[in-house]
Unconditional design. Structure first.
Length: 473
């Protein structure tokens, strides 16, 4: 039977969490890690406390929750009120909050308007909106429908479950609190967004046949755009990185960066700014289920800082499950398949601030990394590694998800590094040796670099909407 196989874009894992790791390393380099894990149910994270301490003026948070909500919405309302009380307690007078039942805000005129119901041409009941409804609509907080038990019947009623945040003349809203997971993250992110004087700038390197930012990285850029100003940077035309760029992203280049480009990146890092390199030496093509070696030219530069990227693709018996579309006659079926090319390590560094509190992450099509710290004053850490039941496949690559994984193929070579970070006095790759340019800075005071052996985990096609929400949570 002729089978046509294609890997479905919906990955049944939390692959998008990798974007949050990337967001965290940039955050850490700019103003501290946005670490929103909690040991206690209503114990605020260090990042939230730092955000509140940094407030120059008071922030006002108003939670609009209708009275007598059904469960679980009523439980959400209680959670929100408790959480806001914690913000208030830790805000040192800089946090004000109100918990408002919109009905209690209605005027006598509003109550009369609600009685004046007419019918439109379709026979539907309509009326003029009240002042409270207008205010919430203009804020961006909509009414939602909830099912309420009324004796022996269920009725559908309009209710509000939103939050507004105001700092000076700036406002942001959480339109609907549908669940409480990740609510502290959302609140703190919005408070940071409206209270900072300017957004830090991140540049995404382009010009080397990497993923299209407008088609393949939209979700990543959307996540980063919540806190930063994201721009594109093509060093092939002018190998200079502007001074106002705070962090640099290098994602999946397929052609070599020139010496001038690498020198510009080297000196950017020497200036103490942050950079992330998601740069495996293999380019997979899911349409053909094949992969080809590629050369980005960055191996020596990254190795000089302590991150050695090896050739080949990592496979792991502890892997993600993907769905694969199979054509059987006139029918197409979706079949779940465990796929070793998508390692899903359990051993994320639970103590490191960049990965602490994150769930498992799938890392599609990664090459192995090794740490070789270049000297004193540099700290290197492996943030994600495979299980011990991992191995490496060399070219030619067979990406067929239905291939038979025989014991002679699974060599169990031990743990493989997938994601590493280096911080401290990194040495310049170009300001050393005979004939080196004396004008170059030779060493960073406190640089921060993240290196991954691939970039698949930040591509749109490996992020479902539910995974995106999980990452924000």
């Amino acid at each position: 039977m002729n089978k046509k196989k294609a890997i479905n874009a919906t990955i049944l894992t939390a692959a998008v969490l990798g974007s949050l790791v990337l967001l965290n390393v940039i955050s850490a380099g700019l103003f501290g890690r946005l670490d929103l894990t909690r040991d206690g149910e209503f114990t605020l994270s260090d990042a939230t406390r730092d955000t509140l301490e940094a407030l120059r003026d008071p922030v006002t948070i108003r939670a609009y929750f209708s009275k007598d909500l059904p469960p679980p919405q009523a439980a959400n309302a209680r959670f929100v009120e408790d959480l806001l009380e914690e913000y208030y307690a830790k805000g040192d007078g800089k946090v004000r909050y109100e918990f408002v039942d919109p009905l209690s805000e209605e005027t006598a005129e509003d109550k009369e308007k609600k009685k004046e119901v007419s019918r439109d041409i379709f026979g539907r009941a309509v009326r003029e909106e009240t002042s409270v409804e207008k205010e919430l609509r203009e804020l961006g907080i909509p009414a939602v429908q909830v099912r309420v038990n009324e004796g022996d019947k269920i009725e559908v009623k309009r209710a509000y479950m939103g939050i507004s945040i105001q700092y000076g003349d700036k406002k942001e809203v959480i339109p609907v609190v549908a669940e409480t997971a990740g609510l502290e993250y959302d609140l703190t992110t919005l408070i940071r967004k409206i209270s900072r004087e300017k957004a830090p700038k991140i540049a995404l390197l382009t010009g080397h046949d990497g993923p299209d930012p407008q088609k393949e990285l939209t979700r990543l850029i959307g996540l980063l755009g919540q806190l930063y100003e994201v721009s594109h940077l093509d060093l092939t035309k002018d190998a200079k990185i502007p001074d106002d760029i705070d962090a640099l992203l290098v994602i999946g280049p397929k052609t070599p960066l020139s010496q001038d480009e690498q020198k510009a990146i080297d000196q950017f890092v020497m200036s103490g700014r942050s950079a992330a390199f998601l740069v495996g030496p293999v380019a997979p093509d899911l349409r053909t289920l094949a992969a080809e070696p590629t050369d980005h030219g960055l191996k020596e530069l990254l190795a000089s800082w302590g991150a050695k990227i090896s050739d080949g693709l990592v496979l792991d018996a502890e892997c993600a499950t993907i769905t694969v579309a199979q054509q059987r006659g006139f029918m197409q079926i979706q079949q779940p398949v465990r796929y070793p090319f998508f390692p899903m390590p359990k051993s994320l560094d639970s103590k490191h601030p960049l990965t602490r509190g994150l769930a498992q992450i799938a890392f599609p099509f990664m090459s192995p990394l090794e740490l070789a710290v270049p000297g004193e004053g540099v700290k290197g850490e492996v943030l994600a590694r495979t299980s011990k039941n991992a191995w490496t496949q060399a070219a030619p690559y067979n990406l067929d998800p239905f291939q038979q994984w025989t014991r002679d193929m699974v060599t169990n070579e031990g743990e493989k590094g997938l994601l590493v970070t280096l911080q401290g006095a990194l040495p310049s790759h170009f300001a050393k040796g005979e004939g080196a340019d004396e004008s170059l800075k030779k060493q960073a005071e406190n640089a921060r670099v993240l290196v991954a052996g691939g970039h698949g985990f930040v591509l749109d096609q490996f992020m479902s909407p539910s995974n995106e929400a999980l990452a924000l949570n």
